[in-house]
Design a protein around this ligand. Structure first.
Ligand code: SAM
Length: 318
């Protein structure tokens, strides 16, 4: 169980999104992989690889030296490394608890990485250090996104690439949040009914701790993105060859309620059949989104936006 957040900590973080991110993600670090069904096997290796390929293709593999910002427990970089996208890895995050978790996961996989606690708005590495900078579900937490992209470009060598995936779009996030809230309210009420309580309800103290931490979610989630505006930000930060793609329409309408349900009930009741249903359902709907709906539905309605670009190479007369 994660350490509890006190009322004073929550109050202190209310006006300070960076402190809120440290507290919230330190609080989540020890349970994060379980909460988000993160693994370091074929399932998540192909998920991470497919996100990367969808926006940035396969050129340049394996990138020799890569950095992740907002690494969390290492989900994106460690799985991209296992997929053969990159070789040497460095992970950074503003939350010390997350950096520790990522370094531990890398050790467990038998291929250590260097971890540093770092704010993405001032990355503690020299100019021109990396061939690749990646991030997953991090930009929407950073107050100055353009500054963070400019920092990623600074530490990239000329011609180096950045890839940010898993960022919420404005419209996709609106729908997903409402579906999640409905699922949470319905599930927590139904699972408290006398006939179901003993087997299905999540212990009350865990639910209360989650609700307190959820109060910080409003502070840590700073942005949602319009894909065109996100691409413009990257260009203003100095990137070239900028591209965005969006993903997950029906998959997010399915995935968010499913994940919320898992979190709202006593997880021990959900066996491998449920996990298989959740994963296969998500895969099937993702394929529908990518192969059919992406041709006819406007990109800004999809849930996730991915962004890539490169650092300009100097021209002979520059
Ligand atoms: C939603 S989690 C995603 C973690 C991981 N990338 C993943 O996809 O599982 C966002 C992460 O960004 C980190 N973060 C938030 N603000 C940050 C900042 N200004 N600089 C660096 N990391 C930050 C948080 O601590 C957290 O670990």
């Amino acid at each position: 169980m994660a350490p509890e957040l006190s009322a004073e900590q929550i109050r202190a973080a209310w006006d300070d999104p960076k402190l809120a991110n440290v507290l919230y993600h330190d609080w989540e670090a020890s349970t994060y992989d379980a909460k988000w069904s993160i693994s370091y096997d074929d399932r998540c290796i192909s998920y991470a690889r497919d996100r990367f390929v969808h926006v940035a293709g396969r050129d340049g593999w394996p990138y020799a030296k890569a950095l992740e910002i907002g690494c969390g427990t290492g989900f994106f970089l460690l799985n991209l490394r296992q997929a053969g996208v990159l070789d040497g890895g460095h992970v950074t995050d503003i939350s010390p608890g997350m950096v520790e978790a990522a370094v531990r996961n890398a050790d467990r996989l038998g291929a250590p990485v260097e971890g540093r606690v770092a704010d993405a708005e001032s990355i503690p590495y020299d100019d021109d250090t990396f061939d690749l900078v990646v991030g997953h579900a991090v930009l929407h937490h950073i107050p100055d996104v353009q500054l963070a992209i400019a920092e990623a470009l600074r530490v990239l060598r000329p011609g180096g690439r950045f890839v940010f995936a898993g960022e919420p779009t404005r419209r996709g996030d609106y729908v997903a949040r409402r579906l999640s809230r409905l699922t949470w309210e319905a599930t927590t009420r139904v699972s408290q009914l006398p006939l179901l309580r003993d087997r299905w309800a999540r212990p009350r103290e865990e639910l209360e701790a989650s609700s307190r931490a959820a109060a910080l979610e409003a502070v840590v989630d700073l942005h949602t993105f319009d894909p065109t505006q996100l691409a413009r930000l990257a260009v203003r930060a100095g990137a070239v060859d900028v591209r965005t793609v969006t993903e997950e329409l029906t998959a997010s309408w399915f995935g968010w309620p499913v994940r919320t349900f898992e979190y709202a009930v006593n997880a021990q009741r959900l066996g491998w059949r449920y996990a298989t249903f959740a994963y296969r359902g998500w895969l099937a709907l993702s394929a529908l989104d990518e192969k059919v709906l992406a041709r006819v539905v406007p990109p800004e309605l999809f849930y996730n936006v991915c962004l890539t670009g490169t650092k300009p190479t100097p021209t002979p007369d520059s």
